[in-house]
Design a protein around this ligand. Structure first.
Ligand SMILES: NC(=O)c1ccc[n+]([C@@H]2O[C@H](COP(=O)([O-])OP(=O)(O)OC[C@H]3O[C@@H](n4cnc5c(N)ncnc54)[C@H](OP(=O)(O)O)[C@@H]3O)[C@@H](O)[C@H]2O)c1
Length: 274
């Protein structure tokens, strides 16, 4: 396993995503993932599966400090009056007194960035989280985030071979902030891609594994693929025994010309145009 080291945090570059997993499934898959060697789990209050994730972690017998656990505050809870109760509820459900990373899940046009960043930093001071970060923040909003003085370690955004995130990635590198790639296999849309397939065959891998490898080979990038199937957990983790050549990376880099975004809800911010 490769680890990302950033501002005092050491984070496994490959984690487990849990979006759209019902509570029971999240419990079973998190338990199976921990058995398979995953030590980085991503959930969110809005996923309504923090309880299952927390139960699996508690029952795993693995020391809490050996697992990097992320949760997120949803956009409707960013107001000062709602923020801390949301975090406290997450911790209760997760059955832990801290998370490793607390993220602002989505920005909210009705709540000033300074207001929610103030609450995020306060949650860190209270010990509710070791590290802080944001998600779904384009560069214009990141400017506002950094203006608050917040020491964020990541921006969790959609990133896979089919989307162009050049502007955002460059910004994050310039500011020493990691990028956590969500929907890292484009919710399955990398399957069947001929370029990825061709490269995969050479290594005895598949399109999913090549996509994940392409991500984690980049400086400061982590990926959190989700699966509801225990047998796929090992496949998605099995990406550390091969290395893409510079030529293969360049071939995959061409795919971003499609600029395909798979997560784009009506409340999304104005994304960076590249
Ligand atoms: N911050 C945000 O706003 C945000 C937004 C989206 C996602 N996320 C996070 O990122 C995580 C991952 O993103 P995602 O869930 O959107 O999509 P994803 O990980 O790109 O794709 C998940 C889909 O791929 C399939 N899959 C997984 N492994 C596979 C394999 N080895 N072979 C074939 N198919 C495979 C899964 O189906 P099966 O279940 O059938 O395996 C599922 O349908 C989420 O779970 C969540 O934790 C965050």
């Amino acid at each position: 396993m490769k680890h990302i080291t950033i501002k005092g945090a050491t984070i496994p570059a490959l984690g487990l995503g849990t979006f759209q997993l019902p509570d029971d499934t999240a419990r079973e898959i998190t338990a199976a993932a921990l058995s398979a060697g995953y030590r980085h789990i991503d959930t969110a209050q809005i996923y309504q599966n923090e309880s299952g994730v927390g139960t699996a972690i508690k029952n795993s017998g693995i020391a809490r400090d050996q697992i990097f656990l992320t949760t997120k505050v949803f956009r409707e809870s960013l107001y000062t009056k709602d923020f801390m109760p949301s975090v406290e509820e997450s911790l209760r459900k997760l059955k832990t007194n801290y998370v490793d990373l607390l993220l602002i899940h989505w920005p909210n046009r009705n709540v000033p960035v300074a207001e929610y960043m103030d609450q995020l930093m306060e949650a860190q001071r209270k010990g509710y989280t070791k590290h802080i970060g944001v998600s779904n923040h384009p560069t214009a909003l990141l400017d506002e985030v950094l203006a608050t003085g917040a020491d964020i370690i990541t921006n969790q955004v959609e990133y896979h071979p089919l989307i162009n995130q050049t502007k955002l990635y460059t910004y994050l590198r310039e500011h020493g902030i990691s990028l956590t790639a969500y929907s890292p296999i484009a919710q399955g849309q990398v399957l069947g891609n001929e370029t990825l397939k061709g490269i995969a065959e050479k290594y005895g891998k598949n399109e999913v594994q090549v996509s994940l490898r392409w991500l984690i080979q980049q400086e400061g990038v982590m990926a959190i693929p989700r699966t509801s199937k225990a047998e796929r957990l090992k496949d998605n983790l099995n990406i550390f025994d091969f290395e893409l050549t510079a030529e293969e990376v360049a071939q995959i880099d061409q795919l971003k010309q499609q600029n395909k975004r798979v997560v784009n809800p009506p409340f999304a911010p104005d994304w960076d145009i590249v």
